[in-house]
Design a binder for this molecule. Structure first.
Ligand SMILES: CC(C)(COP(=O)(O)OP(=O)(O)OC[C@H]1O[C@@H](n2cnc3c(N)ncnc32)[C@H](O)[C@@H]1OP(=O)(O)O)[C@@H](O)C(=O)NCCC(=O)NCCS
Length: 173
């Protein structure tokens, strides 16, 4: 047996040149789900619009410099909304999705948000099971879409004073 090799797993901020890779990961994961749930074809442009929205905050998950996943969130008053969370197929079921959810929850806690929410297609049973496992619950339904929510623990005073910027360095009100 050769020497044990440790993978370098890291997060970094999204950059526009990441778009083609993120589109491929998302398309491979989501095209069939979108087609079944909404009866429409996947469009990269809709993802680009979301990721390039000036209020979107996206982090890239890399292993040894290779993009294997990402999440995109919007920070609102009391809510952190997950617009997209994707792990490349070959890397699913290895704990990376959980790592991203925990990172999002840490952001929510530091921002004094009360909850994390997302919409998921009702036919995306794998993702629904994952979210439920992570502590989310279904709170509403609109056609073939489910709103899922998880309340985050209340902020302690120290954390509130420490966190004045988001992870892109933007100052928060
Ligand atoms: C959904 C997704 C983000 C989950 O990420 P992942 O890396 O595959 O999941 P993880 O390996 O981190 O799973 C974390 C835990 O959830 C559990 N879990 C995952 N899927 C589950 C399911 N369907 N039912 C029950 N538990 C599940 C795992 O067993 C694991 O438990 P453990 O921590 O006790 O071992 C990923 O599979 C994905 O990108 N799917 C396609 C895109 C998608 O549907 N995104 C969501 C759009 S709304």
């Amino acid at each position: 047996m050769g020497p044990e090799r440790f993978l370098s797993v890291s997060f970094r901020s999204f950059q526009r040149h990441d778009l083609p890779v993120l589109a491929k990961i998302s398309r491979d994961n989501m095209a069939h789900i979108i087609r079944c749930a909404w009866g429409v074809e996947w469009k990269d442009e809709l993802l680009f619009d979301t990721l390039c929205d000036e209020d979107a905050q996206t982090e890239i998950l890399e292993i040894d410099g290779k993009i294997i996943g990402y999440y995109c969130i919007f920070i609102e008053d009391k809510r952190v909304f997950i617009a997209s969370i994707q792990v490349a197929r070959a890397y699913q079921h290895r704990g990376y999705g959980a790592a991203m959810i925990k990172r999002i929850e840490a952001i929510a806690t530091r921002l004094n948000a009360e909850r994390v929410e997302l919409w998921v297609q009702s036919n995306n049973e794998e993702a629904i099971g994952f979210y439920e496992h992570m502590g989310f619950r279904i709170v509403a339904r609109q056609r073939n879409n489910l709103l899922m929510r998880k309340f985050v623990p209340p902020l302690n005073k120290r954390g509130h004073q420490q966190f004045r910027r988001d992870f892109n360095g933007r100052t928060l009100a």
